[in-house]
Design a protein around this ligand. Structure first.
Ligand code: ADP
Length: 648
């Protein structure tokens, strides 16, 4: 058993292919995790980095809380099973299974015990004297699994292990591997391109595309709440139907989906998580509906007429491939009905509980399980914001940006809530999601969602709004104000300097890495690695006309990725507004503007033509004041522009 943690992991191969891009994942003690996605999306590369067979370009990989980027594969206590079994043809099954233990000098009796135990688990006890070539594909794959089991690894890594087997055998081996996981109660990571395999085996599925994680969730959540069109189309057969649509409202404020020439009215209760105003005013959408959620109907009202092009009879049920009047193709999954014929005109209606709506451009869902924002109509009058009957006293920054007496739209993001009593709303529904509670607040008939640790169902929920997190639009939906930026992005350079760095076992190490090496050597009873110091060419940060000296650990991380040619790379630095403070010395600048959001205030400081946002900490400065800025250099983020990689 082992806990694994992958944080901002990148893989860039020597030929420049970015195979894995900012991969973040936590894997629990005895989880069965599946990496799934089309061929070439980076599944195997990620698995091989976990195994230690491939270097990690950037990011941190932890095994049970210990940084393991540099750990040798043999010290990771993981066993890998491949698609092509990789058995030794001249050895018997027994010898194949025993080989790994033999070279580790495990006593003969122990080897014998473990091989027999594994053979019993896999039901191949009577095959132990056979050679691999006398066995079927399924049996060979069992031997490959057996060879992994006898090692009693903390983690099993399986790379498409069933791809070489025929469909029937694959299905039975699938159950076998699930059973194995139940018996061994160890961490399993399984790579496959087959969504059925992923859905039936994993408790946590990681859907990947082009090196980027698309969604991490349970099989059912992937089916019910796909986060984008890719996941929606990848999970489920036949594939989800996607239809381009425009949204509008009818008199009852229900949502009208206009698909070509046809209209479908969707009750607004089913779309309460949709940020309707924002979508309606901003975007074209794609409606997603699974074939099993299109229902045949005789009702003319609120249904779509379609013509059947193909009938795929599957026994108990059938798939109808049909077409709307406007030429949209739809697949409908329904129970067997022998009276359905090609050319028939039928009507279908939507199961509105199962409808999906995606942004046409970004392809992201607009109906997320945990809504991230909601837009309301509002008004500004006498410098107060009137929001559904509530009055909010505005900070100067907002007053300056927004003309008085006008109608507005306000988008409230999840980050905008804070403790307070400006709003007191009844909680009308609750939903448990990943151990947290999503409370639905009734905001004068509109719905607002808040994710909390406890639930307030039946209670009132009190909160105030952080004005610096609001997005405000005028009545034509032009953006007047956006949330204050979370990061200052600053161009700069890595400038070469000579510096004494510590070396151990011929590699550059930091103090903390060296301490860890000493501790490990002590535990293993090995010789303590000798340390030495060498003057080498590394770098300092140069930004905002100042030089910052990075810590050894940070230098080593960046150096290990960029190498000796670090100065040829374009880098960019980032620093959060609350990591910069006004002090007696430091970077010199002049205050250009003050952003006063009521409870919090920011300075916009000009440093040699570059504007920085700085959080006010009761400094009482005014516009045009000259100030010095202290930058918390431990919190400087570093990005490589050429690779598109977050180095720190
Ligand atoms: P998957 O396992 O999802 O099929 P891989 O992890 O094997 O995908 O590959 C991800 C990407 O990295 C692909 O574009 C592949 O061509 C590329 N790639 C894999 N191995 C190497 C390598 N050794 N050198 C260069 N590119 C590689």
């Amino acid at each position: 058993m082992a806990k694994l943690s992958l944080q901002h992991i990148y893989k860039i191969y020597d030929n420049g292919t970015k195979a894995v891009n900012d991969f973040n994942l936590e894997i629990g003690d005895d989880e069965f995790v599946v990496f799934v996605g089309p061929s070439g999306c980076g599944k195997s590369t990620t698995l091989r980095m976990i195994a230690g067979l491939e270097d990690i370009t950037a990011g941190d990989f932890y095994i049970d809380g210990q940084l393991a980027n540099q750990l040798e594969p043999k010290d990771r206590d993981m066993a890998m099973v491949f698609q092509n079994y990789a058995l030794y043809p001249h050895m018997t099954v027994y010898e194949n299974m025993a080989f790994g233990l033999k070279i580790r000098h495990i006593p003969k009796e122990e080897i014998d015990r473990r091989v027999n135990e594994a053979a019993a688990i896999l039901d191949i006890k009577d095959q132990l004297t056979k050679k691999p070539k006398a066995m079927s594909g399924g049996q060979r794959q069992r031997v490959a699994l057996g060879r992994a089991i006898v090692r009693k690894p903390k983690v099993f890594l399986l790379d498409e292990p069933l791809s070489n087997l025929d469909a029937k055998l694959r299905s039975s081996m699938r159950s076998e591997i699930i059973r194995l996981h139940n018996v061994l109660k160890t961490t399993f990571i399984y790579v496959t391109h087959d969504q059925v395999e992923a859905m039936t085996m994993g408790s946590k599925i990681v859907v990947m595309r082009d090196g980027v994680i698309q969604q991490v969730d349970s099989p059912m959540n992937l089916y019910d709440y796909p986060s984008n069109i890719f996941v929606a189309g990848f999970i489920g057969t036949p594939q989800m139907n996607f239809l381009e649509a425009e949204l509008s409202f009818d008199k009852k404020q229900d949502v009208v989906l206009t698909i070509g020439e046809q209209s479908i009215v969707c009750p607004k209760e089913n779309l309460s998580k949709l940020d309707l105003l924002n979508v309606y005013l901003n975007k074209k959408v794609k409606v997603g509906i699974r074939p099993e959620h299109l229902l045949l109907t005789k009702e003319e009202d609120n249904s779509l007429p379609v013509t059947i092009n193909i009938v795929e009879a599957l026994g108990n049920d059938c798939n109808l491939i049909a077409e709307t009047k406007d030429g949209f193709k739809l697949v409908i999954k329904t129970l067997r009905d022998d009276s359905l014929r090609v050319g028939d005109s039928i009507r279908v209606k939507f199961d509105f509980n199962k409808i999906h709506i995606f942004d046409k451009e970004s392809e992201e869902t607009l109906l997320p399980r945990i809504p991230t924002h909601k837009t309301f109509s509002a008004e500004i009058k006498n410098d107060d914001l009137l929001l559904l009957g509530y009055k909010i006293h505005l900070g100067e920054a907002l007053k300056e940006q927004i003309k008085d007496n006008q109608k507005l739209f306000i988008t409230i993001s999840n980050d905008a809530f804070k403790e307070g009593k400006d709003f007191v709303l009844p909680v009308v529904n609750k939903e448990q999601i990943n151990g947290k509670w999503l409370n639905t607040l009734d905001f004068k008939g509109e719905k607002l969602f808040i994710l909390t640790d406890e639930y307030f169902y039946g209670d009132k929920y009190e909160f105030s709004l952080k004005q610096e997190e609001l997005t405000i639009y005028n009545s034509s939906f032009d953006e007047l104000l956006k949330p204050v930026s979370r990061e200052n992005i600053i161009d700069g350079k890595l400038i070469p300097v000579k510096r004494k760095m510590m070396f151990a076992k011929r590699t550059m190490v930091s103090e903390s890495d060296y301490d860890r090496m000493v501790e490990e050597s002590n535990l293993k009873g090995e010789k303590i690695p000798k340390k030495s110091f060498k003057n080498v060419r590394v770098f300092n940060y140069s930004l905002l006309n100042e030089t910052f000296v990075p810590g050894d650990g940070d230098i080593i991380r960046i150096y290990s990725l960029l190498g000796k040619k670090f100065h040829l790379h374009d880098v960019r630095f980032s620093i959060a507004p609350n990591e910069i403070s006004i002090s007696d010395s430091g970077v010199a600048g002049r205050i250009r503007r003050i952003l006063d959001y009521g409870d919090s205030k920011y300075y916009v400081v000009d440093v040699d033509g570059q504007e920085l946002i700085v959080l006010d900490q009761d400094n009482n400065k005014v516009v045009d004041d000259l100030v010095n800025l202290h930058i918390n250099d431990e919190k400087i983020g570093v990005y490589d522009v050429n690779f598109g990689v977050k180095l720190l």
